[in-house]
Design a protein around this ligand. Sequence first.
Ligand code: NAI
Ligand code: PYR
Ligand code: K
Ligand code: MN
Length: 355
Amino acid sequence: MKQFDIASIPGDGIGIEVVPQAERVLRAVADVHGGLAFQFQSFPWSCQYYIEHGVMMPDNGLEQLKPFDAIFLGAVGDPNLVPDHISLWGLLIQIRREFEQVINMRPAKRLDGIQSPLQNPKDFDLVVIRENSEGEYSTVGGRIHSKEDEVAIQNAVFTRKGTERVMRYAFEVAAKRKRFVTSATKSNGIVHSMPFWDQVFKEVSADYPAIRTESQHIDALAAFFVTRPADFDVIVASNLFGDILTDIGAAIMGSIGIAPAANINVNGNYPSMFEPVHGSAPDIVGKGLANPIGQIWTAKMMLDHFGEEELGTFLLDAIERVTRKGTITKDLGGIHSTEEVTDAIISELHTARSV
Ligand SMILES: NC(=O)C1=CN([C@@H]2O[C@H](COP(=O)(O)OP(=O)(O)OC[C@H]3O[C@@H](n4cnc5c(N)ncnc54)[C@H](O)[C@@H]3O)[C@@H](O)[C@H]2O)C=CC1
Ligand SMILES: CC(=O)C(=O)O
Ligand SMILES: [K+]
Ligand SMILES: [Mn+2]
């Protein structure tokens, strides 16, 4: 029996609602498979934890997480309790950084039965590879003076190592897909980091002659995600550009509530972390309205990461059979609750086993 030890961090808001549902689904997957098991240990680190302890996680939090095979996170943030920059940097971004989860991988794909806000979405199936450790999300800078003399300086950091790494990763992913990489740039407006980004992209692409490439400015690319998403395969982007693009990717899928994501450690020194694109959605918390598909599709990405790709596909197929039948939550125009959608997915898993 293969066992995977998973650290669960439900976090805040709807994270607390969707993480246990996705754990139920993973247990069902294990049950259907018969030869593997998932062991979950839940950590209460969240804004509520901050109110009680003055920190988002204990001093040795990272040490506690390190031995696990993966981290399964819901969402972090409750602006009524803790300012967002404190809660996100104190937990989510700290784990991404300290555990060298340098790649953030976010697929966007049209699913049967889900209405895209686009009139003609076609069958888009793309994946954004976002740099996850540097770029525009940096602690370099500061604020000085006050009142009308106040100055805020925020420096973006682009290292050759980090830039090359995310690009190589994108090319490797593309090699297993439609062999097309689009680079998100803005070298017409950002005159140091983005021409550097373009240069590294050109150098790295020379190592992958079988893969088609293009560069698009981020503003135009954002528009193309709306007007012709089916034309893309793999998009490589900096931290901020990737963050924005993947919310658009989620929106054209039909809801941010279904979009999955993986924060990947590529050197094997620390666990990777799997968390949906969405946040804690304070506006719908406690009502059974949270769409569990983002968290469950994220579990599928965790299965892929464990090398269980067949099981991952099996799970995504079950999700799509459920959406096709119209068992969907309110954000997608349906009437079903978080739990009902999860039940339907679990029941599809069992049905698929028995045929
Ligand atoms: N990675 C993370 O943990 C992230 C955390 N956040 C944090 O979450 C909090 C709320 O941020 P927002 O900007 O409002 O983004 P959000 O993703 O939480 O919500 C945006 C909109 O999408 C809806 N939504 C999100 N997930 C849904 C789901 N599963 N089912 C149905 N509807 C869903 C919400 O109801 C809301 O209308 C903030 O504290 C923010 O910092 C935001 C984004 C990512
Ligand atoms: C924090 C955030 O917006 C994200 O991880 O997508
Ligand atoms: K999240
Ligand atoms: Mn985001």
